[in-house]
Design a protein around this ligand. Structure first.
Ligand SMILES: Cc1cc2nc3c(=O)[nH]c(=O)nc-3n(C[C@H](O)[C@H](O)[C@H](O)COP(=O)(O)OP(=O)(O)OC[C@H]3O[C@@H](n4cnc5c(N)ncnc54)[C@H](O)[C@@H]3O)c2cc1C
Length: 421
């Protein structure tokens, strides 16, 4: 009998397994798909010329407090200051904003987010991020700020998000990027410490009433252990992909329902030739949002010859339903709207279109809290069965929710809280 079965080999599962092994605890890690890393996944798509591309996580946010940053340094994996390299290119009606217009946008952004943070810290009941951003007189920029903080950063529209949860998980400090890919960092640093991973081994049912421990049923047989750590997304849990016997207590079911998956999709296009559209390396290109879903682009990352378009929230779900070809067309149209018709000719045929929303191992990008439910992250992380069953992962962290840092810390915390007797 193994001490602990860890379900899911994403960042949380790998971190939990590594922490347990360091304590001399025996661990089996099972993973439904044919690779580990979960939502931290880098590959080298031929359509982008074979350079590393992060389908999911790309940035190490809040670098000063991010536990993966010292691990990258210790492993001599290069990380770059993404903020120092990024230029902001605000486009208004197909032209570049002037310096004054960009400064006005930045001032409005700071004022609106400060007002939202103050409202979140007040005694007022929780509301949506959108409600807190709708300051009188801010009509010009509020939708643009809401689209960035909601659909892009939180992967859900600002009118769906808990303001308290947005504030608790706001990321402060520098953002670093990993030229070889964040998934490569996870693979190089977390995988060796976690030990072997049984791939293509989905958990189907977890029996956790046995006095002696838990039994995890998979199509390849059952695993008996003293305890289990479950790191799958709330999308997978809500879909009922894993049965629990006895059923999960009501507060856990409520927490899963209160933490639905948001969606952030990336659509990457490669330059057809030498035209870089007048944009410097690592340019962030965006326009003023006036209601409809709009994309933000990251141009020429690390000096490479592709751009990455981001779309989140309802707009991303609509494109996921429409399919990859429609998403690619949408990205090309958005580029033309932002940068003019020269952009229509600047990109080669083909694209990488990420597909987290329909992938049954995830059912979304990362979760957000419904208004009034900011405490759900803590509720989901509460140990069950005297510590025999613990949920972990990005959903379970209350300061780094939605990030690889949150997944890592939550995995380590679960490893510390698991019952081993
Ligand atoms: C497009 C996108 C952009 C992002 N950008 C950033 C970013 O820049 N910075 C950042 O910090 N974060 C970012 N994130 C979020 C970050 O990737 C996640 O928060 C983090 O990787 C989640 O890790 P996890 O271990 O909690 O979950 P997961 O990575 O989902 O790991 C869970 C694992 O469980 C497996 N699994 C599912 N079902 C079963 C089953 N039945 N049995 C066994 N295994 C199962 C899954 O295949 C998966 O490998 C981004 C995510 C996306 C999608």
């Amino acid at each position: 009998m193994t001490d602990v079965v860890v379900i899911g080999a994403g960042v949380a599962g790998l971190a939990a397994a590594g922490a347990l092994r360091r304590r001399g605890v025996s661990v089996r890690v099972i993973e439904a798909s044919n690779r580990s890393g979960g939502r931290a996944w880098t590959n080298t798509p031929p359509v982008l010329g074979g350079v590393p591309f992060d389908h999911g996580a790309a940035w190490l946010h809040a670098a000063e407090a991010n536990p993966l940053v010292p691990l990258a340094h210790a492993a001599a994996i290069p990380v770059l200051d993404a903020d120092a390299r990024r230029s902001r290119n605000l486009r208004l009606g197909g032209r570049a904003a002037t310096a004054d217009e960009l400064a006005a946008y930045r001032a409005a952004y700071d004022a609106l987010t400060a007002a939202a943070a103050a409202r979140a810290m007040s005694d007022a009941p929780d509301t949506t991020l959108a409600a807190a951003l709708a300051a009188p007189g801010a009509e010009l920029w509020a939708p643009t700020v809401a689209a960035w903080e909601g659909a892009i950063i939180a992967a859900a529209d600002a009118d769906a998000l808990s303001l308290a949860d947005w504030h608790a998980n706001a990321l402060h400090g520098r953002n670093l990027s990993v030229p070889d890919g964040l998934g490569t960092l996870v693979r190089a640093v977390l995988e060796p410490a976690a030990g072997p991973v049984a791939l293509a081994t989905p958990a189907r049912r977890i029996r956790w009433h046995e006095k002696a421990g838990v039994v995890v049923e998979t199509p390849r047989g059952s695993l008996a252990a003293r305890a289990a750590i479950v790191t799958v997304s709330t999308g997978v849990l809500a879909a009922g992909a894993i049965g629990f016997d006895p059923p999960l207590p009501a507060p856990i079911e409520e927490a899963i329902g209160a933490l639905p998956m948001g969606l952030l999709s990336k659509i990457a296009l490669r330059a057809a030739g030498a035209d870089r559209l007048g944009l410097p390396e690592s340019a962030s290109v965006f326009g003023q949002v006036s209601g409809e879903a709009r994309m933000v682009f990251h141009a020429w990352p690390f000096g490479r010859d592709h751009v990455i378009g981001f779309i989140g929230g309802r707009g991303a779900w609509a494109l996921a339903r429409a399919g990859a070809a429609a998403a690619e067309d949408f990205a090309r149209a958005e580029l033309a709207a932002l940068l003019g018709h020269r952009a229509a000719r600047a990109f080669a045929p083909g694209a990488v279109v990420t597909d987290w929303g329909t992938d049954p191992q995830f059912f979304g990008a990362y979760c957000y809290a419904r208004p009034g439910w900011a405490a759900a992250r803590r509720a989901l992380a509460e140990p069950l069965g005297s510590g025999r069953l613990i949920f972990a992962g990005e959903a379970c962290h209350s300061a780094f929710g939605g990030t690889v840092a949150g997944a890592f810390l939550s995995g380590v915390e679960a490893a510390g809280a698991i019952a081993l007797s």
